[in-house]
Design a binder for this molecule. Structure first.
Ligand code: FES
Ligand code: FES
Length: 187
């Protein structure tokens, strides 16, 4: 006897309970009761209505969902919200507003660092974090001297390689990040 071509799929059971989690987002505490399967990205967008963080691929491949958690950038589509109880999260909304833009946001505007804009939140959040990584001396794959991490466009390109822009605004994104690096360091 052969087995059926399409065996019945196992029944998907809803979780029995939600879990309490507190996320500190852009300096504000949010107590949430969440299905443990909810990603950080979906919690930000669907529960807190912070829709600046975009969902591109939902697979960790595009960087549209980049946020900063406890000082490090991560893809928020690849992590569960309940894993971040008590964590400090910065989203694009925490970097500035349309009326009062942060330096990286202003530089993206002045250098035309976006076209359709879908990738832009992730690019800007990543750009801010990249400058922090270089300033802290964290090496990348292209760093020649691991003990002496210096800013270069090549370093930025490598570190921004997880942020995909389908419009190919890359040269202007690099120019925007270079400008902010200059503002921060006087170089
Ligand atoms: S949506 Fe998270 S990396 Fe693409
Ligand atoms: S500006 Fe369109 S995807 Fe980057």
């Amino acid at each position: 006897m052969t087995s059926p071509a399409h065996p019945a799929a196992p029944a998907v059971r809803p979780p029995d309970e939600t879990l309490a989690v507190t996320l500190t987002v852009n300096g504000q505490d949010h107590g949430l009761q969440l299905d443990p399967r909810v990603t950080l990205l979906d919690a930000l967008r669907e529960k807190l209505h912070l829709t600046g963080t975009k969902k591109g691929c939902d697979h960790g491949q595009c960087g549209a969902c980049t946020v900063i958690v406890n000082g490090e950038r991560i893809n928020s589509c690849l992590t569960l919200a309940v894993m971040h109880d008590g964590d400090e999260i910065t989203t694009i909304e925490g970097l500035g507003t349309p009326e009062e833009m942060g330096p990286m946001q202003a530089a993206f505007v002045s250098h035309d660092g976006y076209q359709c804009g879908y990738c832009t939140s992730g690019q800007i959040v990543s750009g801010v974090a990249v400058l922090g990584e270089i300033a802290r001396g964290i090496p990348s794959h292209v760093t020649a001297d691991l003990g002496d991490v210096q800013y270069s466009d090549q370093e930025v390109r490598e570190r921004m390689s997880g942020n995909i822009c389908r419009c190919a605004a890359y040269p202007n994104i690099i120019a925007a990040i270079r400008e902010v690096h200059g503002q921060e360091t006087g170089k």
